[in-house]
Design a protein around this ligand. Structure first.
Ligand code: ZN
Length: 213
């Protein structure tokens, strides 16, 4: 009992280590206990042609076949998550497979509502929590245990996101669930404030580097 409690405590501490170095997100500093996966609403940018960069990563799954479940009764959001799953599968780096009913999935893809009030600086429209092994690494990437991704439906609706924009948020959050970090390029699906961009060659290149293919 005592030992179990202690090991649980150690695991929780590992979750406090966020992979958020290298960029500043003033809206939610100190807010998240885990890997940041925050997409912001209300931002729209012009973009330039893609460059030969690779979107960075800080986690990965042990295997390239990863199971997921869509934890949502809404057909609308099921379609949004399914679209994001399809687009990452189309990249041919990892294989996302729906978990069998009753089986535990690696990834949970869900929706939630946030009680935060909308401010001029913006609220998160998506978030991903990532749990990873504190001591198990592959190529310096911490090995993921489980992830849960959310789209905040009330924020998306308040900001009048189209279905396509919500799909981009889902792709962004799923990118985090695969271990990707934010990209500095506004052209990347992993740009922290992305809503208009889908998965780019830089994002796929980054993922392929992480998963060795
Ligand atoms: Zn993010």
């Amino acid at each position: 009992m005592q030992r179990r409690y202690r090991s649980a405590l150690i695991f929780i501490i590992t979750l406090l280590t966020a992979c958020v170095t290298g960029f500043v997100v003033p809206q939610d500093t100190q807010q998240s206990v885990q890997a940041k996966a925050t997409s912001y609403m209300h931002m729209s940018y012009a973009f330039s042609a893609g460059t030969a960069t690779a979107t960075p990563g800080c986690y990965r799954w042990q295997d390239t076949t990863i199971t997921y479940k869509i934890d949502n009764s809404s057909a609308y959001y099921q379609q949004i998550w399914n679209s994001a799953v399809k687009h990452w599968n189309d990249a041919n780096v990892v294989t996302l497979v729906a978990a069998k009913p009753g089986d535990k999935a690696d990834m949970t893809l869900a929706t939630a509502t946030t009680k935060k009030t909308t401010s001029a600086t913006g609220d998160a429209v998506g978030l991903t929590y990532s749990s990873y092994h504190s001591s198990q690494k592959i190529d310096n990437l911490n090995v993921l245990v489980s992830t849960t991704s959310y789209i905040y439906t009330n924020v998306a609706t308040q900001m009048k996101y189209s279905q396509l924009q919500r799909e981009h948020v889902a792709e962004h959050e799923l990118g985090h669930a695969l271990g990707l970090e934010h990209a500095t390029s506004k052209n990347s699906v992993m740009y922290y404030a992305n809503k208009n961009k889908s998965i780019t060659t830089s994002d796929i290149r980054g993922l392929a580097t992480m998963y060795d293919n």
